[in-house]
Design a protein around this ligand. Structure first.
Ligand SMILES: Nc1ncnc2c1ncn2[C@@H]1O[C@H](COP(=O)(O)OP(=O)(O)OP(=O)(O)O)[C@@H](O)[C@H]1O
Length: 650
């Protein structure tokens, strides 16, 4: 690995012994330690006078300011930093993560861990500088974008809730006006098991929880309760005793902690944001500080979304209503075969344009069906390697015992059954690009070998005793949260850092609903051409239904649904679409007459139940495939097709 050995490092740490140990280790490795600061104030002084290249910082320091406060100033100054802390509390990790560090090392650590972490951080920082990587949007930037969107109020509120998840973990957000008798001026955003938010009005919520309006009124819910405070464990139980509404809500959804913050609107009304969590210790002062610093952002949510009245439905649309003979304007391909014009997708196009011409590794993150493979194909197509192969490997579809031989090849006789020599995918991709889909599924042994390819650019066939140089660009994709996989020991940290040099996050379809009409028309047109039919339009009613649905299976689900709708269309206008019911996607179904499940729904439910029984295990003995008596590759493709999310699959 190449390190820039004379990098100047500032250590911000209040425990002298730890700081001194760090200094000795780093100096021995050739770094220049330009100072040790026990507090944020001292650190800021030293930064001015000593001009470090890097900062290593602890979280809890002398004085009232924390390392997380300092991190914000470092970001403004463009100074890269790594946390070194003994604290592994989930809430603190979340708060630290929101400051976008180059790494987090947990004390006590081995000297080797420190040096590897720094080496990788330096490498990533160099790459980021070289590529001028657009930094991930801050919360304020994300919310400014959401506020200016044309989406309806509820949709934008749900998007705000999703963005807030980056700085504070919660399963429910309640925004309420603080005034006597203003209980109707409140909304609840509840996260379901698929991480999708649903909006409930006060009345809806009373119904959900099973509380009558009269009960609520008789409880005299204290209106000033919870001003800028967080309640965990004991205190939360105390709060429930004082506030029967919070008790009813929390008992119903099993919340065990909450955090409340007040925000004043321009019209002098005050609103309270209360976050609820099922963990008993989800909240602490750090998150409160972050939210207080973002007070303006919360205020903008009230001013521009909550108090905003939805305009009557747009009349201008590219789809047509009623029987019509006028042909649809079919979108031309927006960006090299990727359809969509939303701002979120345009940000992705910009990133692709920056990274495609380079050899940098790319990590594409996004839910299943968001188009990760398509993005990988586009990057390859726009790169100087376009005339060479793009080899795709789905790491989840490979049987565990064959993964290494698939990727790196094997010599004849390398293992029982290896009757012939095999050229692995890396060798096949030599000169071109390899796309490693579902990289999060790669077993740890294969991860070690992959790391070696990334570092040394060489492979070794199984059973071979020589190494071979390969010139391959790596694009990886995942629909898992790789950081969580790292934290739980299933994914190597060093490999994560190597792959995460240039991350591209693909937003789910529900966050860019403005792309739905374009995509729907594109699929109708494409399928009509393929089947030689003359289907020319989608009715307004169908398009409205498409726009209302949350699309847990994203673009793949939309494509399948359009395909099915077209089969049921006899004329030349798509007038019927069978949107999956909420019951199918894991949300409680509204009361009403029970309906008969379709075979596909039954299949989905049966697979989900089996996965739950097997703790998400698909392959191997005791796995879901074995129980269902089908090949694991078949089960895997059914899981994909039915839009079963990876939370259910381990
Ligand atoms: N922007 C787009 N425009 C047109 N078609 C798209 C777009 N994005 C995805 N698709 C289509 O949607 C389907 C799913 O896309 P893709 O296979 O790339 O998703 P994925 O994120 O890789 O899914 P998975 O994680 O399940 O492998 C494909 O048929 C693809 O062609």
């Amino acid at each position: 690995m190449t390190s820039n050995m004379r990098e100047k490092i500032l250590i911000v740490e209040d425990e002298f012994i730890v700081a001194n140990d760090l200094r000795i280790m780093l100096q021995k490795a050739g770094y220049d330690i330009c100072g040790i600061a026990p507090s944020v104030a001292k650190a800021l002084d030293l930064i001015k006078t000593k001009k470090p290249d890097w900062v290593l910082l602890d979280i809890f320091l002398q004085g009232s300011k924390t390392g997380i406060d300092l991190a914000e100033s470092l970001t403004e100054m463009g100074l890269p930093f790594i946390y070194i802390s003994a604290n592994t509390n989930q809430a603190i990790l979340e708060a630290a993560k929101s400051t976008q560090p180059y790494g987090f090392l947990v004390k006590p650590f081995r000297e080797k861990d420190l040096l590897v972490m720094l080496d990788i951080a330096l490498y990533r920082h160099e790459q980021a500088k070289k590529l001028n990587t657009p930094k991930t949007l801050t919360l304020a930037e994300q919310i400014a974008q959401i506020v200016s969107k044309a989406d309806g109020k509820d949709e934008r509120l749900k998007q705000v809730a999703t963005s807030l998840l980056n700085v504070v973990p919660f399963s429910c957000l309640n925004i309420t006006k603080i005034a006597a008798g203003a209980e109707n001026d409140q909304v609840f955003l509840i996260k379901n098991s698929l991480n999708i938010f649903q909006k409930f009005s006060f009345q809806d919520m009373l119904e959900q929880v099973g509380v009558s309006q009269r009960q609520y009124t008789s409880w005299r819910v204290p209106i000033t309760e919870g001003r800028n405070q967080f309640y965990t464990n004991f205190e939360f139980r105390g709060l429930k005793m004082d506030n029967l509404w919070i008790k009813a809500l929390s008992d119903h959804y099993q919340y065990q902690s909450c955090l409340s913050i007040e925000v004043a609107a321009d019209n002098s009304d005050t609103y309270r944001f209360t976050f609820f969590n099922a963990e008993a210790e989800a909240y602490n002062q750090l998150q409160m500080d972050i939210l207080q610093r973002n007070n303006e952002v919360l205020k903008s949510t009230i001013q521009n979304i909550l108090l905003f009245k939805d305009a009557p439905p747009k009349t201008e649309a590219i789809y047509r209503s009623g029987p019509t003979t006028q042909r649809l304007t079919v979108p031309t391909e927006s960006f090299n075969g990727i359809i969509g014009e939303s701002q979120l997708l345009k940000n992705v196009f910009e990133k692709i344009s920056i990274v495609a011409p380079d050899d940098t590794s790319v990590l594409i993150m996004g839910e299943s069906g968001t188009g990760k493979e398509r993005i990988a194909q586009t990057i390859h197509k726009l790169s100087p390697r376009k005339s060479k192969h793009l080899i795709t490997v789905n790491c989840a579809a490979l049987p565990i015992n064959l993964i290494e031989s698939e990727l790196f090849g094997h010599e004849r006789g390398a293992f029982t059954g290896a009757t012939d020599k095999r050229i692995g995918k890396f060798e096949q991709a030599d000169g071109g690009t390899i796309f490693l889909d579902e990289i999060g599924e790669l077993p740890l042994d294969a991860q070690v070998k992959l790391l070696r390819v990334l570092q040394e650019r060489e492979i070794e066939r199984l059973g071979g005793n020589f190494t071979k140089k390969v010139n391959v660009r790596i694009i990886a994709a995942t629909n898992r949260n790789l950081e969580k996989e790292v934290a739980e020991g299933r994914f190597r940290l060093d490999l994560y850092y190597r792959l995460n040099v240039f991350p591209i996050e693909l937003p789910p379809l529900r966050q860019r609903k403005e792309d739905i009409p374009l995509l729907a028309n594109y699929f109708v047109n494409r399928l009509a051409k393929k089947s030689g039919r003359d289907i020319i339009a989608i009715s307004d009613k169908v398009m409205d239904e498409l726009l209302k649905y949350d699309w847990p299976g994203n673009i793949r689900e939309l494509e399948h649904l359009i395909e099915r709708s077209m089969l049921m269309t006899s004329g030349n206008i798509v007038e019927y679409v069978e949107i999956p019911t909420t019951a199918q996607i894991g949300i409680a179904q509204a009361p009403g007459t029970p309906r008969v499940m379709t075979l596909e729904e039954m299949e989905r439910e049966h697979i989900l139940n089996t996965l739950k029984m097997c703790n998400g295990k698909v392959f191997g003995p005791g796995g879901a495939a074995e129980m269902l008596n089908i090949p694991s590759t078949t089960l895997n493709s059914k899981i994909k097709k039915l839009g079963i999310r990876h939370e259910f699959v381990k």
